[in-house]
Design a protein around this ligand. Structure first.
Ligand SMILES: [Zn+2]
Length: 94
């Protein structure tokens, strides 16, 4: 069963393991017994392996701060060879 976070108006947040069908209902605070309302937060990503977690973090970071690149990724940085031979100017271009 998943763990949900609720907030008691007096005691603050508390976690509760309960069925998904019962997640929306108010939960009794373990400290004072008052009704606690569900709090929505970031999902727990404990079960992910490191590679997937890094990829998700990088994707999240790049959403508002994309990396600035100086060249098209995947191409070499070598300059295109330039020729001075006038016959090469008559060759077909891609
Ligand atoms: Zn309470």
């Amino acid at each position: 069963m998943p763990t949900y976070t609720y907030r008691c108006p007096v005691c603050g947040p508390f976690d509760l393991v309960r069925r998904m069908a019962d997640a929306a209902a108010a939960a009794d605070c373990p400290g004072c017994g008052r009704d606690g309302r569900r709090v929505f937060g970031a999902p727990a990503l404990r079960g992910l392996d490191d590679g997937l977690r890094r990829a998700l973090d990088a994707g999240e970071r790049s959403a508002d701060r994309p990396d600035v690149v100086g060249a098209v990724p995947g191409r070499s940085r070598r300059a295109t060879p330039v020729t001075r031979d006038p016959r090469h100017a008559k060759l077909p271009r891609p």
